[in-house]
Design a protein around this ligand. Structure first.
Ligand SMILES: [Zn+2]
Length: 87
């Protein structure tokens, strides 16, 4: 379904355009309008993107924790190695 041709607020003709495959209509005074199915598609696309961003961030944090743990373990090994060298 297409977005409205005229602004539901002021009745002016809307400028039609597309954003990420979603049809939008813009009124200079009242912002963007879109049909209900298009809004659902937009919400779905955004929540999909949010999920991907969240899992990407989780992976990044896990990698960081692993790296820090490995560094700490390496430092501990080095420390204990030096300890036995000096004792
Ligand atoms: Zn308007």
């Amino acid at each position: 379904m297409d977005p409205p041709l005229t602004c539901p607020s002021c009745g002016e003709a809307l400028i039609r355009h597309e954003l990420a495959g979603i049809a939008l209509a813009t009124c200079n005074d009242h912002g963007r309008w879109l049909s209900h199915p298009e809004m659902n598609r937009l919400v779905e696309a955004l929540s999909m993107e949010a999920k991907q961003t969240t899992s990407k961030a989780r992976r990044r944090v896990r990698r960081l924790i692993r790296t820090r743990r490995a560094r700490r373990e390496a430092a501990n090994r080095q420390r204990s190695g030096l300890g036995s060298f000096f004792s």
